[in-house]
Design a protein around this ligand. Structure first.
Ligand code: NOJ
Length: 719
């Protein structure tokens, strides 16, 4: 259908039908998901009629080809104009083949693989009846207390934007109509949901517009530029106004400045939540604020269905505000090809073919390998072939390694670490004993200590439970559970080399582990193929290459701690013990592990950092290059990172900003050269009047293996 035909369709709809089109409900409201008699409960609870449900425009949390087909069929029988139901779900890091959590993917710095993970997630979900995913989540994060950092790719606006684009491309492909095994992508949570005060879930976000534009908006903007078809409004306030009623954000920035013409959806109940925020007196006012702001779909509350009609009758809004929202939703349905094929790609046979296919598992394995970050190693890793190994701890044998937001992922499809290691080791070389996450019984401890007795080297698999991160899981203490730290103490007392593997959803405060362990491998929640990937990494069959995309603090007291901070007027100089400088008296300023950090089993040596000139102009970019040699015994990947600092901005600039990176894959003895071109555009930033320009003057360039250990060169920008 072309736009004119869609407009004609809108004209044929009654006002009630149009308003119902703006409502999104969970699968539990629809026949085919539940039997008819089970539907009255949810309807009564929400206060919506059967007619409204039958005309509602979209559903969430409904999947499985058979169910989706049944729901669509019964729905269409009752829908007067035959407008198909749009089906959405949180496919965040895989559908059934589960990839590492997004924060882990962020540490891969491997954009093609990130894109492939989204493509696979789309294929599995599309054949299971889903049309839209509530992903990518591109909220910039600086506070590991917030449980949802696991859903983000990290603390850097540039890197996050690259991932945002890769995920959108992977989900959507080139043509959602022609390629039915793709999903429309809904980027979220617009805006700045990643900066809740104190890291507490759903909390206030308050920042300058400049900071918002500089650090927090680029990820969403990149996703929109890449063609994301939907945007989700966030739960939080932005400058005192809840996003769900924030006209400046939705109509001003998103639609006006960025030209976004897709569908905007609220978050779950976030329109009604404007009452609790103190921004609306009742559902009616909440509906008014939301529709004025430009929210097209209301998720899981009935403010629109109960009040938009009156709001038009009372002259508070124009009917065409509703029509516009409806048209956009119908355009999305058309874009997905739903009018011709209401079941789209839903197909039980295809489900059997593609879900958890060997190819999908292989990609999940590769991404789990690339996402793991070696945080410390004195040579204990990789494990030697002849060594006797004891594998102990809460994550030794469990298959609960998928992490939060794992959609339809089933832990039973994941292999735990112990069997994966056993399969790869000689018989009799591995002893295993495990325990609980927060409590360790006397029996469990005794078994674990016994397992260590005949071992040459100990591997302790530690971490947070999956539900300790994700939505609704903010923590003020981000250490490992006490019982696990006690276990580390007991293992350390054996005097045997100790390697730790961490399964977690946020950068942790590693006090009580980092010093004690001889090696630490950050596995995050590695997904379906995590066991195999971590086993291969521990045994050195593959070489770790992940780099942190979020800093690890020394302690929670430092939070927020991130690499691209400002300098202050009294920065702390290395080695100085001066009192009146910006510092803590009981902690270093620097994080334990900085952004970009990660080790390898091989070693890399950097040559001199070479720059084509010490002057840059608008017409003459700089060429920056550095040669890196693999000086170790194994093949490895080195991620060379390029940072800049503007030494004198109209507005102060971060001490470092990532501008480019490249991954060099080098054989032992091999050298490779990272070559970057740095243009004047890359030095532009938001000034105090929000103009986006560069400042002439002194700059510094840094290149190296992470944001801390760099070589530097000075240059001048001449404009
Ligand atoms: C609330 C979450 O904030 C959002 O990310 C998610 O997509 C919706 N619930 C739907 O499940």
């Amino acid at each position: 259908m072309n736009d004119q035909q869609l407009l004609d369709l809108v004209k044929q709809m009654t006002r009630e039908e149009k308003i119902a089109q703006l409502l999104q409900l969970t699968g539990a409201f629809y026949e085919g998901f539940h039997d008819k008699e089970l539907l009255t409960g949810p309807r009564a609870e929400l206060g919506v009629s059967e007619e409204t449900v039958n005309a509602s425009g979209s559903a969430l949390n409904l999947s499985g080809a058979k169910t989706a087909i049944q729901v669509q069929e019964t729905y269409l029988k009752k829908n007067r104009l035959g407008i198909p139901l749009l089906i959405m779900a949180d496919v965040v890091h895989g559908y059934k083949t589960i990839f590492p959590i997004p924060l882990a993917i962020g540490c891969s710095w491997d954009l093609p693989l990130a894109e492939q993970s989204a493509e696979i997630a789309a294929r599995e979900s599309a054949v299971s009846g889903i049309h839209v995913t509530f992903s990518p989540m591109v909220d910039l994060v600086r506070d590991p207390r917030w449980g949802r950092v696991m859903e983000s790719t990290g603390e850097d606006p540039f890197l996050n934007s690259l991932y945002a684009r890769a995920f959108v491309r992977g989900y959507q492909g080139q043509d959602l109509k022609g390629d039915k095994e793709r999903l429309a992508a809904c980027v979220k949570h617009f805006a700045a949901y990643g900066a809740p005060e104190g890291g507490r879930e759903y909390n206030t976000v308050d920042m300058s517009e400049r900071n918002l534009r500089e650090s927090y908006l680029p990820g969403y903007k990149a996703a929109v530029e890449e063609g994301a078809t939907m945007v989700m409004a966030s739960f939080n306030t932005v400058d005192g106004i809840p996003a769900s009623g924030n006209e400046k954000l939705m109509r001003g920035i998103l639609r006006g400045e960025w030209g976004f013409d897709g569908v905007i959806i609220s978050d779950w109940a976030s329109i009604r939540e404007m009452i609790a925020h103190g921004a609306s007196e009742d559902d009616r006012e909440a509906a008014l604020r939301a529709i004025r702001a430009g929210i097209d779909i209301e998720m899981m509350t009935p403010c629109y269905v109960h009040h938009l009609d009156d709001l038009v009758n009372e002259g508070e809004i124009e009917e065409n505000q509703i029509d516009e929202a409806v048209l956009r939703i119908l355009q999305l349905k058309e874009k997905l090809g739903l009018f011709e094929q209401p079941h789209r790609a839903a197909d039980p046979e295809r489900e059997n073919e593609v879900i958890l296919s060997a190819d999908h598992r292989k990609a999940a394995y590769e991404l789990a390998v690339k996402s793991s970050v070696l945080l410390k190693n004195d040579g204990t890793l990789p494990l030697r072939a002849h060594s006797k190994v004891a594998l102990v701890g809460p994550y030794a044998e469990t298959n609960s390694i998928l992490g939060w937001w794992s959609c339809e992922g089933n832990p039973q499809d994941a292999t735990p670490l112990a069997p994966a290691l056993r399969e790869r080791m000689q018989e009799g070389k591995l002893s295993v004993a495990s325990c609980g996450i927060e409590t360790i019984t006397g029996g469990e401890l005794a078994d674990m200590l016994e397992a260590t007795e005949s071992a040459d080297v100990l591997v302790v698999a530690l971490g947070e439970a999956a539900e300790m991160s994700g939505e609704g899981a903010a923590r003020t203490n981000i250490q490992l559970p006490k019982a696990q730290l006690e276990l580390v103490r007991r293992l350390k007392a054996t005097g045997k080399p100790l390697a730790a593997v961490l399964f977690n959803g946020r950068p942790l405060d590693l006090a009580g582990l980092f010093e004690e362990a001889d090696a630490v491998l950050e596995a995050w929640f590695p997904g379906t193929e995590g066991g195999a990937a971590i086993a291969d990494l521990l045994l050195g069959r593959v070489n770790p290459s992940g780099r942190l995309s979020m800093s690890f603090p020394q302690s929670v007291g430092q939070v927020p701690v991130y690499y691209n901070h400002y300098s202050t007027g009294r920065p702390l100089k290395a080695g100085s013990d001066e009192r009146y400088v910006s510092k803590y008296i009981d902690s270093p300023n620097e994080p334990l592990l900085p952004f970009g950090f990660g080790l390898s089993y091989t070693s890399f040596e950097y040559g001199e950092l070479l720059v084509s000139s010490d002057r840059m102009t608008k017409e003459e970019p700089l060429t920056v290059q550095v040669t890196v040699t693999n000086t170790g015994q194994r093949a490895g990947i080195e991620t060379v990172q390029l940072y800049v600092r503007d030494l004198s901005g109209e507005v102060v600039r971060p001490v470092r900003e990532l501008k480019a990176f490249t991954r060099l894959s080098l054989q032992p003895g091999e050298s490779g050269t990272a070559v970057f071109t740095l243009h004047e555009e890359q030095l532009r930033y938001h000034h105090s009047d929000l103009s986006f320009t560069s400042d002439p003057g002194a700059f510094r360039l840094y290149a190296g293996p992470n944001s801390r250990d760099t070589q530097e060169v000075a240059f001048q920008l001449i404009t």
